[in-house]
Design a protein around this ligand. Structure first.
Ligand code: ATP
Ligand code: MG
Length: 437
């Protein structure tokens, strides 16, 4: 594919590094600007683009000192490490709930503190982009950013702590307890709400990195989107798209975006469709341990999505048939629409509406609170599938998948406009993070 030349394994490294200052953030400010969208944020519309100084002086964010964050994490103690991604390491820490100041470790409010690896200009751009958007946008399905720290070359972010970690860990980690169908649908709805909020904001935001590792879960499995480093302001005026360097994550990035660099909200819809497929199948978007068509979830799943009788072949065997068959089929058809040709993809409000109409009970079980009682909140170290310790998803034996009773009739998720699924897209995308070289 023509995009291969633009792909590298980690978050971007452009070679250039920022001028290193040993001072606090104010003296390290550069002329870097980031396009901004206010959305339905509490701070209202702000002029765009904003300078780094403006972004960092958000009234919603605290500028932490490095020593405060060292205190909060007991000097980034290894046993406080809760995750690692391309951006850096994520630690558990404690701050005072009211003042956001120092708290005794183990008391006060738990936070997640992300420490940027020295990734040069691109790393700084993504850090600033995240501060910009999360300083402006506030929604129950977006992770809350309490503040940041900029000290010389050290860049950190302080978020609310989501005790159940990422959806990726729950779906693919071998030791994770199976997420029930009801929870999967709830997570899909929450994530759709987060995306719909971004897309429908007065100044539209395209998220550009929608994937299971960026969907975080709180103690009750409420889902929130994290990682706004690649987010981008949507097109304005008569423009249909924004032209960008191709960035995102292989397996999730829309094929037309990979080929042209033209970014629209429909690119997020494609990624959303891929995540729906991961929820249905329990398989990763890209799994290099498999061979042929099975490496790419979109290619492998697509032929089974519009046929009720074939669908069970791709359903996650870990669900052991405990799902609503008609619900699963509606989700499959919705996923097919999302990964279809861009102009036929539904918009996020339509996706949300379709999901909200789904039955949440399973086919064999009455709904009960136990559906929401999964494992106790885990606190292990998780790693990006793209960096280390890649754990492939459990094998779904094809053609024999999840058990499925022999009933089920014709499908079709109808959107308000009556649009139906069409399957004409190119499909296959590669692996790993896509960043400029
Ligand atoms: N606010 C948070 N609360 C709890 N855990 C978190 C939080 N933020 C991140 N994590 C954990 O840290 C892991 C790494 O997150 P991070 O965003 O750095 O990387 P990633 O999403 O896995 O990969 P990428 O760098 O490609 O986005 C997550 O998968 C999650 O398990
Ligand atoms: Mg992430």
């Amino acid at each position: 594919m023509p995009v291969l030349s633009r792909m590298i394994t980690n978050k971007a490294f452009l070679g250039a590094t920022l001028a290193a200052g040993k001072s606090s953030h104010s003296s390290a400010l550069s002329s870097q600007t980031v396009p901004t969208n206010s959305g339905r944020s509490t701070s209202g519309s702000l002029p765009t683009p904003r300078s780094e100084e403006e972004i960092l002086s958000s009234p919603h964010l605290k500028a932490f000192t490095l020593s405060e964050l060292k205190n909060a994490t007991r000097n980034f103690r290894p046993d406080h490490l809760i995750g690692e991604g391309g951006f850096g390491y994520v630690y558990k820490g404690w701050i005072d709930e009211h003042t956001l100041g120092v708290a005794r470790a183990g008391s006060g409010m738990v936070v997640a503190i992300k420490k940027l690896k020295p990734n040069g200009l691109q790393g700084h751009k993504e850090w600033l982009c995240e501060v910009n958007y999360l300083g402006l946008l506030h929604h129950q399905n977006l992770v809350k950013l309490f503040g940041y720290c900029l000290d010389g070359e050290k860049r950190l972010l302080v978020y609310e702590y989501l005790p159940r970690g990422s959806l990726e860990n729950h779906l693919f980690r071998r030791t994770a307890r199976t997420l029930s169908w009801a929870i999967r649908i709830r997570v899909a709805i929450d994530a759709a709400r987060g995306l719909a909020f971004l897309h429908n904001s007065e100044e539209q935001v395209i998220y550009r990195d929608f994937k299971t590792s960026n969907i975080l879960l709180d103690a009750e499995f409420n889902a929130k989107l994290s990682d706004f480093g690649l987010a981008k302001a949507g097109p304005t005026g008569d423009r249909t798209h924004v032209s960008t360097q191709v960035m995102g994550t292989q397996g999730y990035a829309a094929p037309e975006y990979m080929a042209t660099g033209r970014l629209t909200t429909k690119c997020d819809i494609y990624s959303y469709g891929v995540v729906l497929l991961e929820l249905i199948s329990g398989r990763r978007a890209v799994d290099k341990t498999k061979v042929g068509v099975e490496q790419y979830l979109v290619d492998w799943a697509r032929p089974h999505l519009s046929n009720r009788r074939k669908l069970f072949r791709i359903m996650d065997t870990k669900l052991e048939g405990q799902y609503s068959l008609s619900g699963a089929f509606k989700v499959a058809v919705l996923a097919l629409q999302c990964i279809g040709e861009d102009k036929h993809r539904p918009n996020m409000s339509e996706v949300l509406q379709a999901l909200e109409q789904l039955p949440l009970q399973t086919s064999r079980q009455a709904p009960s609170p136990s559906h929401l009682q999964q494992s106790p909140c885990p606190s292990p170290v998780s790693k990006s599938p793209l960096s280390h310790n890649y754990h492939p998803s459990p094998v779904n034996m094809s053609p024999r998948g999840s058990p499925m009773p022999p009933y089920m009739k014709t499908p079709l998720v109808k959107f308000p406009q009556g649009r139906l699924a069409e399957d004409r897209s190119g499909g296959g995308v590669g692996t790993q993070k896509i960043t400029p070289v």
